[in-house]
Design a binder for this molecule. Structure first.
Ligand code: SF4
Length: 102
């Protein structure tokens, strides 16, 4: 039973980080991957279900030293799911719109 849960947990974390890892490898920007604070926490918090709280994830992001890079990556790649750079998908869309208007 425990093994099953661990496998699912690890699978989600890998799934979450894979696009980030690929991007960083392609851009030779591996340095900030090592500082992604979410890699040390519960990945479930970064993908709350519909109506679920984003507060736990956002608290982690607030203390993350690579928040800016993470947000830029998510916006650039139109990441649709989860909390990235301290923002939900909706917040990232608004952020992107504001950036375009400046
Ligand atoms: S800003 Fe948040 S989602 Fe991005 S790497 Fe840091 S903890 Fe993870």
């Amino acid at each position: 039973m425990g093994g099953f849960i661990d496998t699912q947990y690890n699978g989600k974390l890998e799934q979450r980080l894979q696009p980030l890892i690929e991007w960083m490898e392609s851009n030779n920007a591996l340095s900030w991957r090592n500082d992604a604070l979410c890699a040390q926490t519960d990945p479930e918090a970064f993908f709350p279900g519909k109506g679920g709280s984003t507060q736990e994830a956002k608290k982690v992001c607030a203390d993350c030293t690579v928040r800016k890079q993470c947000l830029e990556w998510a916006v650039e790649h139109d990441e649709r799911f989860g909390i990235w750079g301290g923002m939900s998908e909706r917040e990232r869309r608004r952020y992107k719109k504001r950036m375009r208007q400046q």
